[in-house]
Design a protein around this ligand. Structure first.
Ligand SMILES: [Zn+2]
Length: 216
Protein backbone atom coordinates (compact mmCIF):
# COMPACT_ATOMS: atom_id res chain seq x y z
CA UNK A 1 0.00 0.00 0.00
CA UNK A 2 1.49 3.38 -0.92
CA UNK A 3 2.47 5.84 1.73
CA UNK A 4 -0.46 7.97 2.86
CA UNK A 5 -3.11 5.80 1.26
CA UNK A 6 -4.09 4.15 4.52
CA UNK A 7 -5.32 7.35 6.08
CA UNK A 8 -7.34 8.22 3.01
CA UNK A 9 -8.89 4.80 2.78
CA UNK A 10 -9.74 4.85 6.48
CA UNK A 11 -11.54 8.11 5.78
CA UNK A 12 -13.78 6.09 3.53
CA UNK A 13 -12.54 7.16 0.14
CA UNK A 14 -12.45 3.59 -1.10
CA UNK A 15 -15.95 2.24 -0.71
CA UNK A 16 -18.21 -0.17 -2.47
CA UNK A 17 -15.49 -1.11 -4.90
CA UNK A 18 -14.72 2.47 -5.86
CA UNK A 19 -11.03 3.29 -5.99
CA UNK A 20 -10.36 6.94 -5.23
CA UNK A 21 -7.02 6.66 -6.99
CA UNK A 22 -8.52 5.79 -10.36
CA UNK A 23 -11.44 7.93 -11.32
CA UNK A 24 -13.50 7.05 -14.33
CA UNK A 25 -14.41 10.56 -15.31
CA UNK A 26 -13.20 13.48 -17.30
CA UNK A 27 -10.57 15.37 -15.33
CA UNK A 28 -11.34 18.74 -13.70
CA UNK A 29 -10.05 20.27 -16.95
CA UNK A 30 -12.83 18.56 -18.90
CA UNK A 31 -15.52 19.64 -16.46
CA UNK A 32 -14.10 23.18 -16.45
CA UNK A 33 -14.35 23.37 -20.23
CA UNK A 34 -17.95 22.16 -20.09
CA UNK A 35 -18.84 24.82 -17.50
CA UNK A 36 -17.31 27.54 -19.66
CA UNK A 37 -19.17 26.29 -22.73
CA UNK A 38 -22.51 26.32 -20.88
CA UNK A 39 -22.00 29.88 -19.63
CA UNK A 40 -20.79 31.30 -22.94
CA UNK A 41 -23.64 29.62 -24.80
CA UNK A 42 -26.13 31.02 -22.29
CA UNK A 43 -24.67 34.50 -22.69
CA UNK A 44 -25.35 34.34 -26.42
CA UNK A 45 -29.05 34.54 -25.62
CA UNK A 46 -31.31 37.10 -24.05
CA UNK A 47 -31.60 38.21 -21.32
CA UNK A 48 -28.09 37.19 -20.26
CA UNK A 49 -26.54 38.77 -23.35
CA UNK A 50 -27.80 42.14 -22.20
CA UNK A 51 -25.91 41.73 -18.92
CA UNK A 52 -22.63 41.23 -20.80
CA UNK A 53 -22.98 44.35 -22.95
CA UNK A 54 -24.57 46.56 -20.30
CA UNK A 55 -23.32 50.07 -19.50
CA UNK A 56 -22.66 50.81 -23.16
CA UNK A 57 -19.60 48.60 -23.17
CA UNK A 58 -18.40 47.70 -26.69
CA UNK A 59 -18.59 44.02 -27.55
CA UNK A 60 -14.81 43.80 -27.87
CA UNK A 61 -14.54 44.85 -24.23
CA UNK A 62 -17.02 42.23 -23.06
CA UNK A 63 -15.39 40.26 -20.24
CA UNK A 64 -14.39 36.68 -20.94
CA UNK A 65 -14.93 35.59 -17.35
CA UNK A 66 -18.24 37.03 -16.22
CA UNK A 67 -19.80 36.11 -12.84
CA UNK A 68 -21.96 33.60 -14.71
CA UNK A 69 -18.90 31.94 -16.26
CA UNK A 70 -17.23 31.66 -12.85
CA UNK A 71 -20.42 30.28 -11.31
CA UNK A 72 -20.91 27.71 -14.08
CA UNK A 73 -17.30 26.55 -13.83
CA UNK A 74 -17.63 26.13 -10.05
CA UNK A 75 -20.90 24.23 -10.46
CA UNK A 76 -19.51 22.03 -13.24
CA UNK A 77 -16.67 21.00 -10.92
CA UNK A 78 -18.64 20.83 -7.67
CA UNK A 79 -20.25 17.36 -7.94
CA UNK A 80 -16.88 15.64 -7.44
CA UNK A 81 -16.59 17.17 -3.97
CA UNK A 82 -18.60 14.11 -2.94
CA UNK A 83 -15.27 12.24 -2.98
CA UNK A 84 -14.64 13.90 0.36
CA UNK A 85 -17.92 12.52 1.68
CA UNK A 86 -17.17 8.95 0.57
CA UNK A 87 -20.27 8.86 -1.60
CA UNK A 88 -18.76 9.44 -5.00
CA UNK A 89 -21.10 9.58 -8.02
CA UNK A 90 -24.27 9.42 -6.01
CA UNK A 91 -26.44 12.33 -4.84
CA UNK A 92 -24.33 15.17 -6.25
CA UNK A 93 -24.35 13.45 -9.65
CA UNK A 94 -28.13 13.48 -10.00
CA UNK A 95 -30.99 15.41 -11.49
CA UNK A 96 -31.78 16.54 -7.94
CA UNK A 97 -28.38 18.23 -7.70
CA UNK A 98 -28.93 19.93 -11.05
CA UNK A 99 -32.38 21.12 -9.97
CA UNK A 100 -31.00 22.39 -6.67
CA UNK A 101 -28.25 24.31 -8.48
CA UNK A 102 -30.86 25.83 -10.80
CA UNK A 103 -33.01 26.87 -7.88
CA UNK A 104 -30.12 28.32 -5.89
CA UNK A 105 -28.58 30.07 -8.90
CA UNK A 106 -31.90 31.56 -9.93
CA UNK A 107 -32.62 32.77 -6.40
CA UNK A 108 -29.21 34.41 -6.02
CA UNK A 109 -29.58 36.04 -9.44
CA UNK A 110 -32.98 37.45 -8.55
CA UNK A 111 -31.61 38.79 -5.28
CA UNK A 112 -28.89 40.53 -7.30
CA UNK A 113 -31.47 41.86 -9.80
CA UNK A 114 -30.10 39.62 -12.56
CA UNK A 115 -32.27 37.40 -14.80
CA UNK A 116 -33.41 34.67 -12.42
CA UNK A 117 -34.84 32.09 -14.82
CA UNK A 118 -32.03 32.25 -17.37
CA UNK A 119 -29.32 32.23 -14.71
CA UNK A 120 -31.00 29.33 -12.93
CA UNK A 121 -31.20 27.34 -16.15
CA UNK A 122 -27.51 27.96 -16.89
CA UNK A 123 -26.54 26.88 -13.35
CA UNK A 124 -28.62 23.72 -13.63
CA UNK A 125 -27.09 22.93 -17.02
CA UNK A 126 -23.59 23.39 -15.60
CA UNK A 127 -24.24 20.61 -13.08
CA UNK A 128 -26.01 18.57 -15.77
CA UNK A 129 -22.89 18.87 -17.95
CA UNK A 130 -20.89 17.15 -15.22
CA UNK A 131 -23.41 14.33 -15.03
CA UNK A 132 -23.45 13.93 -18.82
CA UNK A 133 -19.65 13.84 -19.10
CA UNK A 134 -19.30 11.30 -16.31
CA UNK A 135 -22.00 9.18 -17.88
CA UNK A 136 -20.06 9.20 -21.15
CA UNK A 137 -16.75 8.32 -19.47
CA UNK A 138 -15.02 4.99 -19.02
CA UNK A 139 -15.95 3.32 -15.74
CA UNK A 140 -14.46 0.25 -14.08
CA UNK A 141 -15.83 0.83 -10.58
CA UNK A 142 -18.54 -1.12 -8.84
CA UNK A 143 -21.32 -0.29 -9.34
CA UNK A 144 -20.66 1.28 -12.70
CA UNK A 145 -22.03 4.68 -13.56
CA UNK A 146 -23.77 7.29 -11.47
CA UNK A 147 -27.07 7.84 -9.72
CA UNK A 148 -28.18 10.23 -12.43
CA UNK A 149 -31.92 9.97 -11.84
CA UNK A 150 -31.94 10.18 -8.05
CA UNK A 151 -34.41 10.62 -6.29
CA UNK A 152 -36.60 9.05 -8.99
CA UNK A 153 -34.28 6.04 -9.03
CA UNK A 154 -31.21 5.02 -7.03
CA UNK A 155 -29.93 2.88 -9.90
CA UNK A 156 -26.51 3.64 -11.39
CA UNK A 157 -26.45 4.58 -15.07
CA UNK A 158 -23.51 4.01 -17.38
CA UNK A 159 -23.48 4.72 -21.11
CA UNK A 160 -20.74 2.26 -22.02
CA UNK A 161 -19.55 4.66 -24.72
CA UNK A 162 -16.23 5.34 -22.95
CA UNK A 163 -15.86 8.69 -24.63
CA UNK A 164 -13.51 9.91 -21.89
CA UNK A 165 -10.63 7.95 -20.39
CA UNK A 166 -9.67 7.19 -16.78
CA UNK A 167 -7.95 9.75 -14.62
CA UNK A 168 -5.39 8.31 -12.22
CA UNK A 169 -4.50 9.82 -8.87
CA UNK A 170 -1.72 7.29 -8.27
CA UNK A 171 0.86 10.04 -7.84
CA UNK A 172 3.51 7.45 -6.97
CA UNK A 173 3.27 6.07 -10.53
CA UNK A 174 4.61 8.78 -12.85
CA UNK A 175 3.75 6.83 -16.00
CA UNK A 176 0.12 6.85 -14.92
CA UNK A 177 -0.13 10.13 -13.05
CA UNK A 178 1.69 12.18 -15.67
CA UNK A 179 1.73 10.37 -19.00
CA UNK A 180 -1.59 8.53 -18.93
CA UNK A 181 -3.41 11.52 -17.44
CA UNK A 182 -1.85 13.83 -20.02
CA UNK A 183 -3.21 11.64 -22.80
CA UNK A 184 -6.63 11.56 -21.13
CA UNK A 185 -6.69 15.35 -20.77
CA UNK A 186 -5.58 15.90 -24.38
CA UNK A 187 -8.44 13.65 -25.42
CA UNK A 188 -10.88 15.70 -23.34
CA UNK A 189 -9.62 18.95 -24.84
CA UNK A 190 -9.86 17.48 -28.34
CA UNK A 191 -13.49 16.53 -27.73
CA UNK A 192 -14.66 19.52 -25.69
CA UNK A 193 -12.45 22.19 -27.26
CA UNK A 194 -14.60 22.52 -30.39
CA UNK A 195 -17.73 22.78 -28.21
CA UNK A 196 -16.16 25.60 -26.20
CA UNK A 197 -14.97 27.29 -29.40
CA UNK A 198 -18.48 27.07 -30.86
CA UNK A 199 -20.00 28.63 -27.73
CA UNK A 200 -17.37 31.38 -27.79
CA UNK A 201 -17.99 32.04 -31.48
CA UNK A 202 -21.77 32.22 -30.99
CA UNK A 203 -21.43 34.56 -28.01
CA UNK A 204 -18.96 36.82 -29.80
CA UNK A 205 -21.07 36.90 -32.95
CA UNK A 206 -24.26 37.79 -31.09
CA UNK A 207 -22.56 40.45 -28.98
CA UNK A 208 -21.05 42.06 -32.09
CA UNK A 209 -24.24 41.88 -34.15
CA UNK A 210 -26.31 43.50 -31.39
CA UNK A 211 -23.72 46.18 -30.61
CA UNK A 212 -25.39 49.53 -30.43
CA UNK A 213 -28.74 47.84 -29.74
CA UNK A 214 -28.33 46.64 -26.15
CA UNK A 215 -32.04 46.64 -25.59
CA UNK A 216 -32.82 44.32 -28.48
ZN1 LIG B 1 -18.06 13.34 -11.26
Amino acid sequence: MPRGSGRICIAGLRQRGRDWYVDSVPSPAGHLLAGVAVAWAAEAFEPLRRRVVSAGRPSKAAPVATPLVLACVALALAPDLDILLASHRTYTHSIAAAALAALAGGSVARALRAPGLATGLACGLAVASHIALDWLGHDTSTPRGLMALWPVSSAHYYSGLDLFADISRRYWKPEEFILKNAVSIVREVAILGPVVALAWWARKRVLASREGHPGV
